[in-house]
Design a protein around this ligand. Sequence first.
Ligand code: ZN
Length: 535
Amino acid sequence: MLKKLLPVAILLVAISALSQPTAPDHFDGKTWWDYVKVLADDNMEGRETGSAGLRRAEAYIVEQLKRAGLQPAGTDGYYQSAKFKSRQIIEKDSGLALIRNGTVEPLPLGEDAFFNTRVDLAPELQAPLVFAGYGLSIPEKNYDDLSGLDLKGKVAVILSGSPADIPGPLASHYQSAAERWKALHKAGAVGVISIPNPAAMDIPWSRMSLSRVHPSMALSDPEFNETEGEKIAVTFNPAKADKLFEGSGHSFDELLNLAKDRKQLPRFPLTASIKAKAKLEKKNLTSANVIAKLPGNDPGLKNEYVVLSAHIDHIGIGEPINGDRIYNGAMDNASGSALLLDVASSLKKSPEKLKRSILFLFVTGEEKGLLGSKYFAAHPTVDPKSMVADINVDMFLPIVPLKILTVLGLAESDLGDAAREVAQAHGISVQPDPEPQRNIFIRSDQYNFIRHGIPALAMGVGAMPGSPEQKIFKDWLTQRYHAPSDDLNQPVDLPAAALYEEVIRGLMVSVAQNPHRPQWKQDSFFRRYSQAAGE
Ligand SMILES: [Zn+2]
């Protein structure tokens, strides 16, 4: 991977040597951090979807929006509430085992594997296993891991990742739970066992496994069910994956070696069947998005909206790590919600009048599978055709100086060009996602706008591949991402945050003032959704 990126890296060194980041005009980082301090306070209890803590955080946001003079744009004042159901695995009444030649080999939950409760698991199931490579079916590239495999009534075992010749955004899209299941379901499979590739894991197994008994959630309305017919979903510990391949003529190491270079994987039946018993506790709950608008001034364009979105929810109170149970989510994503508040009050104060209106959208349920934005995109509180773009801010990580921005969706629409222009005017270079295998393009709320045809992007403070900053990011993910230590006691670079805010603000203004609305690139895969939306 590094070899492929080298020419880009050299180019970026050349660009950044020419310019130095400028000082921000509108932000100092301090007002932003003051908002973060409130939203990530222990009192907000980690802002779990449906919790009292999240409602407190949202009430605070509404108060700030009122104070900034923004208008309500929800269905009930600033709020747009949605119904959810939660599912929690009761492990003492559940179990997993491999059955091979009549012998039952139990798989201890948490050690070897755990259930993924985003799927409405069948109470009991026994089915043969088939290794389906990356489990991807990508018609645009004539690529199909499922072709020639007999998956009828079987469970597909897959290794996370994608082959190198599939472009990042396309590979990410087809790895979304919905797209992947669509293909597997069509092939007759009844479930999926995913093995994360240890080389691309943000969170070590021990921590992943720790959160397995935390409730997962889904939107209640059946229109949102994307895993119909999926009876079992399991995540398997890569360190124990050899068990799955015993007697198959292949070893897990061999597969990892191929996956390392993102080569195509062999596909073959496994010798074992999986036997599963899953007891779920289900509950109903509601949670809301918070939506405000800053009306534009142009008689025609004021009926169009530039959306600035950030998720306000996080993962609540969970298993303690170093004695701390509150998962504060300071960077993920009090940081983005705080940015929206800061930009809102800055734009409101500005003498410069915007032509288009701005919609500030604080979504719930992101950590549960981008659910609040999914609901909003399907049931927007403004005319769906009036939303010209979404700029999403999620965990932008101002923990190193801002010299380079990683822009997700950089090459997909001319929003990417606008972002590049604004960044360069501030002496900041831009790069596309240097780690497409992490799938971050589909891992935040911009994706639901994309699925509805609306050009969207997200960006974060970046690092050059192989640089000391990249190591800082990597360590942050390993230690703090989705851990209680993503709290207010961590190093933050306030000038980097201020400069990042400046870029977001500049991009908002540029899109709001441009007489032309942003367009998908002719060759973007995601352009199809705008055509489907009848644009
Ligand atoms: Zn998160």
